[in-house]
Unconditional design. Structure first.
Lengths: 369, 354
């Protein structure tokens, strides 16, 4: 597999780890923005290999984790509606709403289907003109173009029984929110390669300059991540704060212009709640007025639904690296992977779940000798 | 031992199983929900000392003979897939469950739920495949039952099979017999059955030639019996829930830890690529013709040699070892040298968004 196996080469990866460890004169605190990057870091066990040289804080870039309770509850309402075929990416099915999840709605007779693309959902709508097909449009800028395309095509084809439940979020406002907190610990970012494939990196240039943080656009394979870390550590050691691009095989500075154009034709910036963090102004994408017909919230009268997150959850503090998960009073007691109060406990890519399992691992070990 | 500042984490999202008042598909996944279903809904009413062992098959004594009995119900969609159909699968699955207890399968029974409208030519192909699989294993199907239900009340055809086999005193693999110092061996490439089904299933547009590995493992077990006998501590065919679930169950039953080597896992390139595209982990994908064996590490070369002497086991390898550390946890060492926990899934494996 060209463009894949070479980025998983264990020898190259170990070499990069050694270089990072040799170069770091102090432990640096970096945040990987994207859940896909966290996935690789956890899958490859990179944290322990970097321990002492680089501390990675897992960013808010897991779309499953940050989708707010309110949008999940709306999804559950739609899925239970007998008129509706509710379609979604697979891993949203198990995310808990206030009372249940999509899998349980399906067990009670709701029609919930896993699709790999919103265009598959559109096709389903064409095949079932007697039903309403709703797609759960979650994710960052990466999934926005395909969702925009589905809505655009639906309008072109005059498909009246297709709509999307939008819960799109965008990366730069979240980074700004983290950096502007007075107690911020993050010293550099690995920006999300796929988001930047669509959007480019011009939006990050003012952030790097204003907050004096290195931002390295980084891919998702282990060698990508380690090279991104290496580039960020070099900047920190040299006192630089620039936007650099590690993911050159995919990302250009201006991004993918036709995709960006389509996204901005269909979507506009809106205020958006993030699970466990709260509302961040202008941090989400919503359908433009002219596409309101394809907005499931309007079509099914869901706009009035408002759900509060658990006030016990201190995910915001954890995501800023201010609070270690085990310092949270709810940790391991009222908040566990089987019953999470907030985003970082929902996915094992989240910091709280990772620490929860760390504790389990330590407990399972015999006494240290 | 030096204290580790950073410990491995599991890769999968341990997202909640909120208490439910009805059956969900995840209850059939072979993961935590399946275990809870059994523990909460069945065992309180049906529990007895034989059932309580929860092996692949029950062990009972009849007229002084120890017998293994296993039953399994097959509900696969599509009914025919590359490498087999529901008939061959139903025979192989039950023969394998009996064989994993160390028993020699003797007889099979079969029950069929047929849906009104099922084409006879399809039914004929299924029954012919059953006959061929049973006769290849030398195990006759001695009694059966058929029921027909209205159109829409079954997905074409459901098959139940039961197998009985004779146990051998000198060959007693069991899920609770894995010991620190055992080698973990796997008889062949993993993930093929699950990905063949996924690829064949309507709705997932994925071009693939992946064939199911569905096969009777009886000859492999027979070779292990002859070469190592009692030294085979544990055998398991990692079907639904895949290798990860099977190893977790054994770790729990034997109260041991396991360390796997990622680089040693026999994931075929096409299975790896398909998993990559679909956002799945091959460790959790079903196998129907692969066995995992636990033997003392010193005997691993002999066990591998006997497995490799049969075509089904020609690519048998050691993938890890049993350790005294971290009991109940299966840990994987990555090619780069990091580690992560290979956990039991809560329910079905769900494709990841990113």
């Amino acid at each position: 597999m060209k463009y894949l196996s070479e980025y998983r080469d264990a020898g190259v990866a170990r070499g990069l780890i050694a270089r990072v460890r040799a170069r770091a004169t102090r432990p640096w605190v970096l945040m990987e923005v994207c859940g896909g990057q966290t996935h690789t870091i956890v899958k490859q066990g990179l944290l322990e290999l970097l321990d002492g040289a680089v501390e990675m804080i897992h960013g808010p870039g897991c779309p499953v984790c940050v989708t707010p309770l309110e949008q999940i509850d709306k999804a559950l309402r739609l899925a239970a509606d007998p008129r509706v075929i509710f379609t979604s990416f697979g891993d949203m099915l198990r995310v808990p709403g206030s009372e249940c999840d999509l899998l349980q709605v399906r067990a009670r007779g709701g029609e919930v289907r896993v699709v790999y693309s919103p265009l598959d959902a559109l096709e389903l709508a064409v095949r079932h003109p007697d039903r309403q097909v709703v797609f759960f449009a979650v994710g960052f800028e990466t999934t926005a173009p395909a969702n925009a395309m589905a809505v655009w095509r639906a309008r072109e084809l005059g498909v009246g029984n297709f709509s999307i439940l939008v819960s799109h979020v965008t990366v730069p406002p979240a980074m700004t929110a983290l950096l502007s907190a007075s107690d911020n610990r993050v010293q550099g970012f690995l920006a999300a390669g796929h988001v930047c494939t669509v959007m480019g990196w011009t939006e990050y240039e003012p952030i790097a300059a204003r907050y004096r943080v290195p931002i390295v656009v980084t891919g998702f394979e282990p060698v990508d991540i380690l090279e991104g870390i290496w580039m960020a550590v070099c900047q920190l050691e040299e006192g630089r704060h620039e936007v650099e691009n590690q993911y050159v095989r995919s990302v250009r500075r201006e991004g993918t212009v036709p995709a960006r154009d389509l996204v901005s034709k269909v979507f506009q910036l809106v205020d958006r709640k993030w699970r466990g963090i709260g509302e961040i102004p202008q941090s989400g994408l919503g359908l433009r007025e002219e596409f309101a017909d394809f907005d499931a919230e309007y079509r099914f009268g869901l706009t009035a639904i408002q759900v509060e997150e658990s006030p016990e959850c201190r995910a915001g503090d954890v995501l800023r690296g201010q609070l270690k998960p085990f310092q949270c009073p709810a940790f391991g007691e009222r908040c566990t992977p089987d019953h999470p109060l907030g985003a970082p406990m929902v996915s094992s890519e989240g910091a709280c779940a990772a620490y929860h399992n760390y504790g389990r691992f330590r407990q399972a070990r015999p006494a240290e000798v | 031992m030096a204290k580790r500042a950073v410990a491995p984490a599991p890769l999968t999202c341990p997202v909640p199983s909120i208490a439910s008042d009805r059956v969900q598909l995840g209850h059939g996944s072979g993961g935590k929900m399946s275990a809870a279903l059994l523990r909460e809904r069945f065992l309180p009413h049906l529990g007895n000392p034989v059932l309580a062992r929860l092996g692949d098959a029950a062990v009972v004594t009849i007229a002084g003979c120890e017998i293994a009995i296993s039953t399994d119900t097959f509900v696969v969609s599509p009914l025919e897939f590359p490498g087999g159909n529901i008939g061959s699968l139903a025979v192989h699955g039950t023969l394998n469950d009996v064989a994993m207890m160390g028993a020699r399968p003797l007889y099979l029974t079969a029950g069929f739920v047929l849906e009104e409208g099922l084409p006879f030519d399809l039914l004929d192909r299924v029954v012919r495949a059953m006959a061929a699989s049973a006769s290849a294993a030398g195990v006759p199907l001695v009694t059966g039952d058929t029921k027909v239900v209205e159109r829409g009340k079954a997905d074409g055809l459901f098959v139940n099979t039961t197998g009985v086999g004779l146990l051998d005193d000198a060959f007693r693999p069991g899920p609770d017999r894995a010991r620190a110092g055992d080698a973990v061996l796997v008889s062949g490439p993993i993930g093929r059955h699950g990905m063949a089904i996924m690829a064949a299933r309507e709705g997932i547009a994925f071009e693939s030639q992946i064939e199911s590995d569905s096969a009777a493992l009886v000859p492999l077990v027979e070779r292990l019996r002859l070469s190592l006998g009692r030294e085979v501590h544990c055998l398991r065919d990692p079907t639904r829930g895949g290798m990860a679930s099977a190893l977790n169950e054994i770790a729990a039953a034997s109260r041991v830890g396991m360390q796997l080597e990622e680089a040693a896992l026999p994931v075929p390139a096409d299975v790896g690529a398909a998993c990559e595209m679909l956002g799945l982990d091959p460790l959790y994908v079903a196998n129907e013709g692969v066995l995992v064996a636990f033997v003392p590490e010193a005997l691993a070369p002999a066990a591998l040699a006997s497995l490799r002497s049969h075509p089904l086991g020609e690519s048998a390898v050691q993938v890890g070892r049993v350790v005294a550390d971290h009991p109940n946890l299966v840990v994987l060492r990555t090619a780069i040298g990091g580690t992560r926990i290979v956990d039991l899934l809560p329910g079905d494996q769900l494709p990841r968004i990113c």
